[in-house]
Design a protein around this ligand. Structure first.
Ligand code: UDP
Length: 343
């Protein structure tokens, strides 16, 4: 299959590309390299197995050109991360609304089946014991920028499914619940890579609020194959499907787990929300998926528990640190004319 992955240089997108390449698909990535990076795709680009088109999903003609002739589109490009959304609310809204509309229009115009990444944020403050796909949304004030991501993603789903139904184009939306794994960066707010980086540097691990808020983290290695399988499953077309993990933790519990796993001497420090995100920030107390629909459609079960996930993220972060320090030493060596490692 010829496949387009928007946002393919991002964290989940790059894992999706690697998975598609292993399945022998012909993969094109459209990415503006804002939060994503070429380094995430290094193995595919070096091997020539992925073609990278650098550009924005706001460029309607470019999007249409990239979608034309493809057999499937996975739309993952978005402004992501709580810090990104809170710091640039308007630009984030534009990308998430107009960019998605461009991708959806291109897909239905060219008759290409498409999957779009949505989010557990659409449920907002609904803290039910297992959110199923038709659960109510409980969002805060539209004037709080935190909710703009949930608002945009909810509208994206509506646009995607409405246009898909009107045109008979297969479409699935994936409601992703706190997906984590190697390569995720903490730069835009995501908690696990931030905790791991802090722990490895023996700096304070910063828990926002009192740390009793709960999340259920899912592995990228579980979610990526499920995204592909769902798009190939006709019973999934027209559906929004929860994807994520099975084990719930408090954020304080996560900090302790990371500290144990790294053997770090870091303190665990609580930081008030208004210091972390600015005043008026609202957090979700709890977010727990009901994964029954994904199980019924494709037999989805999360294979990786939280322990496995934390260990794999810590291992990958350690390897990335080693690679960076070797590269730094090499640069020092070259600067001194040695052209070899000095360490
Ligand atoms: N969080 C934290 N410390 C950080 C970053 C995030 O305690 O350095 C908290 C955040 O307030 C939230 C949880 O961790 O309660 C998950 O945050 P993330 O941004 O990863 O995902 P969210 O569930 O908010 O979309």
């Amino acid at each position: 299959m010829r496949v387009l992955v928007t946002g393919g240089a991002g964290f989940i997108g790059s894992h999706l590309c690697e998975f598609l390449v292993r399945q022998h698909h012909d993969v094109t990535v459209l990415d503006e390299l804002s939060t994503g990076s070429v380094a995430n795709l290094a193995s595919c680009l070096d091997a020539g197995t992925v073609r990278l088109v650098e550009g924005s999903i706001l460029d309607r003609d470019l999007v249409s050109e990239c979608v034309r002739g493809k057999d499937a589109v996975f739309h993952l490009a978005a402004a992501v991360g709580v810090h990104t959304i809170v710091d640039s609310p308007l630009q984030s809204l534009r990308v998430n609304l107009y960019g998605t509309e461009n991708v959806v229009e291109a897909a239905v115009t060219h008759g290409v089946p498409f999957g779009i990444a949505s989010t557990s944020e659409v449920y907002g403050k609904n803290d039910a014991d297992g959110l199923c796909e038709d659960a109510d949304r409980v969002l805060g004030s539209p004037l709080l920028s935190r909710w703009s991501y949930a608002a945009a993603k909810g509208l994206d789903e509506l646009v995607a499914h409405t246009r898909a139904a009107e045109t008979g184009t297969p479409c699935v939306s994936y409601r992703l619940f706190n997906i984590v794994g190697p390569r995720q960066t903490g730069r835009y707010g995501m908690v696990l890579p931030r905790f791991v980086a802090q722990a490895l540097r023996h700096e304070p691990i910063t828990v926002y609020g009192d740390g009793t808020q709960r999340r259920c983290f899912g592995s990228v290695y579980d979610v990526v194959p499920a995204m592909v399988e769902l798009l190939g499953t006709s019973a999934a077309h027209g559906r929004a499907v929860n994807l994520g993990g099975r084990e719930e933790t408090t954020i304080l519990g996560l900090a302790e787990m990371v500290k144990d796993c790294t053997g770090s001497t870091s303190d665990i420090r609580t930081v008030p929300y208004d210091v972390a995100y600015g005043s008026g920030f609202e957090d979700m107390r709890r977010r727990m998926p009901d994964l029954t629909l994904a199980h019924e459609l494709i037999g989805y079960t999360a294979r990786y528990g939280l322990d496995d996930i934390v260990r794999s993220v810590v291992g990958a972060a350690r390897r990335a640190d080693q690679t960076r320090s070797k590269a730094g030493a090499q640069r020092v060596g070259e600067a001194f004319g040695h052209g070899e490692l000095v360490a």
